[in-house]
Design a protein around this ligand. Structure first.
Ligand SMILES: [Zn+2]
Length: 335
C-alpha cells in the first residue's frame, strides 16, 4: 500500500491511484486552490443574500443543526454576522443522537434566538431503513460513497428532503448545511423545481434499491415541486466554502459559549452514536473509509495538518459502542 505524500489517500482504497514519480494521488495532482477572485465573489454573494431585508416568509433561513461543532458554530456565526435573520434550526433526531448533541442544539438556539425544530420520523421504521442501508451495496453514486457511509448518506438524504420541504412550506428562501470544505464543492446550489424533482427521484431510487417500501415519509412532498419549472425555489448554502474553516478555532469558540463535548470516543463525529457503526460497515463493504476523502480534501486545501488527519483516520473504532448500536438496530433493544 502506498499513501499519497500530500494528502492521506492510499492505493488500497478503490479508485485511488498514486503516481509513482510524484507520490501524489490523482486528486492532489489535479488540485488548484480557489483564487482570491473566486473567494471574494462568493463572499459577496453570501453577504448580499443574507443582507436582504426580510422576504415575508416565516423564516429567512433554515439551518441544519446536528449539535456538533460545525453546525453549532455555523448557526452562531450566521446570527453574529446577520443579526436580523429570523432562523429556524432543524435537528434531525435519528434516535442515535448523543444527549449532549440534543442539549447543545437547544443551547445554541437560545444563544442565537433561533426557533428549534426537532425533526423525527417513525423510529422503528428508521432503524429498519438503517439496517437496509447497512446490508445494501452500491445504492449511491461512487462520489457519494467516497463522501459518506451508506448509513450517513441515507440519514442526510432524509434530512435534505425534509428540510427543503420545510423551507418550501414556510417560504424560507434558503437552507444552510454546515458541510466542511471536504464534504462538498459548491458554496451555493440554486434548487429549481426541476433540480428538486431530480434529487427526489435519485433518493427515491436509492431507497427503492435498498428495499424500503414506505418511502413517502423520507421524501419531499411531491405536490410542492409543482410543474418542475426552472424557477428557483430555495437556495442551498454551504457557508464553510465561503468562510474560513478552522475546526480547532470553532471548538474553542463553541466551548467558550457553553458547548459541551460528548464522550463518544469517535474522532469523526461529535454528535451521532450511529456514526462509528456506519464507518465500520462502510469499511467492511467497500474498503472505503467514509471520512478519508473529506480529511484528504481538508489537508489538500490547507485546513488541517496531514498528521492530524492520519491520526483521526487510523484511530481504532470503539468496539463497545459499535456493539451497542448493533444491538439496538438488530435486536431492537433500548439503550
Ligand atoms: Zn493526495
Amino acid at each position: 500500500m502506498t499513501t499519497c505524500k500530500r494528502c492521506i489517500l492510499d492505493s488500497n482504497t478503490p479508485g485511488i491511484s498514486i503516481d509513482p514519480d510524484t507520490g501524489w494521488c490523482q486528486f492532489c495532482t489535479g488540485f488548484t486552490p480557489p483564487g482570491e477572485d473566486e473567494r471574494r465573489r462568493n463572499a459577496d454573494i453570501l453577504n448580499n443574500f443574507f443582507s436582504l431585508p426580510h422576504r415575508g416568509g416565516e423564516y429567512d433561513v433554515i439551518v441544519a443543526l446536528s449539535g456538533g461543532i460545525d453546525s453549532s458554530y455555523a448557526l452562531y456565526h450566521l446570527k453574529e454576522q446577520y443579526y436580523h435573520l429570523n432562523i429556524l434550526a432543524v435537528q434531525f433526531d435519528n434516535g442515535f443522537l448523543s444527549e449532549t448533541a440534543l442539549k447543545n442544539a437547544r443551547m445554541f438556539c437560545d444563544l442565537t434566538d433561533s426557533t428549534y425544530y426537532r425533526l423525527a420520523v417513525d423510529q422503528q421504521e428508521l432503524n429498519n431503513t438503517f439496517v437496509r442501508a447497512a446490508s445494501s451495496r452500491n445504492v449511491y453514486s461512487e462520489s457519494a460513497m467516497h463522501r459518506a457511509s451508506d448509513i450517513c448518506n441515507t440519514c442526510i438524504g432524509i434530512l435534505k428532503q425534509k428540510i427543503i420541504e420545510l423551507a418550501m412550506k414556510t417560504q424560507a428562501p434558503a437552507v444552510v448545511f454546515a458541510f466542511s470544505p471536504g464534504q462538498t464543492d459548491a458554496p451555493f446550489i440554486v434548487l429549481t423545481g426541476s433540480l428538486l424533482a431530480w434529487m427526489r427521484h435519485l433518493f427515491d431510487a436509492s431507497l427503492t434499491t435498498m428495499g424500503v417500501t414506505n418511502r413517502k415519509p423520507y421524501l419531499l412532498d411531491e405536490g410542492l415541486i409543482g410543474d418542475g419549472s426552472s424557477q428557483p425555489e430555495v437556495v442551498m448554502i454551504h457557508p464553510f466554502l465561503v468562510w474560513e474553516y478552522h475546526k480547532p478555532d470553532f471548538k474553542k469558540r463553541c466551548r467558550a459559549l457553553g458547548w459541551i463535548e460528548p464522550d463518544l470516543m469517535d474522532s469523526n463525529s461529535s454528535n451521532c452514536l450511529l456514526n462509528t457503526y456506519a464507518i465500520k460497515n462502510h469499511l467492511e463493504k467497500y474498503n472505503i473509509h467514509p471520512y478519508a476523502s473529506d480529511l484528504a480534501s481538508l489537508v489538500r486545501q490547507g485546513y488541517m495538518k496531514r498528521e492530524e488527519a492520519l491520526r483521526i483516520l487510523h484511530k481504532p473504532l470503539p468496539e463497545e459502542l459499535i456493539e451497542r448500536v448493533e444491538k439496538r438496530l438488530y435486536d431492537k433493544e433500548e439503550w
